[in-house]
Design a protein. Structure first.
Length: 186
């Protein structure tokens, strides 16, 4: 009788270990899917930039430095494509800042703001930025779930045994992006 109870307990432990392993695999795949979603949107944004730059070059001949900064930042993003989420986020944050400066300078050119091409690229870029934000939120949620499972007991025992490591979040590096905007109506 004692042998049967021992076998049942051992069987339950093995089944629970299999359940934990499968859960960790599922969470790792969800994090990979989330990263893939970010990657697709970042690639889309990188592909839009040369066309956007072409549409503004004729209007913004005196803003060569702004255009060069966007080009350099895009090159950094392309170089960081196979890097870690932290490296990729740092490069993307530089690009976001350069694009923000480009859009701010574009406000000084009424003809450019009226250009249909520029308006279409601006709209596409804004839509892509929204998609990046959604993809980042999904990825960070999946990363959080995997990280919790990889550190919580008893799944940490299975995670360590089978190499389930924590994953990096895709975070905003520029602290000014986190600051609350100051609004004044006076």
């Amino acid at each position: 009788m004692g042998t049967i109870v021992t076998l049942v307990v051992l069987g339950a432990i093995v089944l629970y270990a299999i359940y934990l392993y499968n859960t960790l695999v599922k969470l790792r795949q969800m994090a990979a899917e989330g990263w893939s979603g970010i990657d697709v949107q970042l690639k889309r944004r990188a592909d839009l930039i040369p066309n956007l730059l072409e549409s503004v070059k004729g209007y913004m001949q005196h803003e060569k430095e702004v255009l060069e900064n966007v080009t350099r930042a895009r090159a950094q993003v392309m170089a960081a494509q196979n890097g870690s989420p932290g490296q990729r986020a740092a490069a993307e944050n530089i690009l976001s800042g350069a694009l923000g400066r480009l859009m701010a300078v574009a406000e000084n050119y009424p003809d450019l703001k009226a250009s249909q091409n520029f308006l279409e690229f601006q709209r596409a870029l804004e839509e892509t930025e929204n998609e990046i934000s959604l993809a980042r939120r999904y990825y960070n949620g999946a990363a959080r779930n995997l990280n919790i499972a990889a550190e919580a007991f008893p799944s940490v025992l299975i995670a360590r045994q089978f190499g389930f490591d924590k994953v990096e979040y895709f975070e905003i590096e520029d602290t000014s992006d986190r600051a609350t905007p100051q609004v004044s109506f006076g």
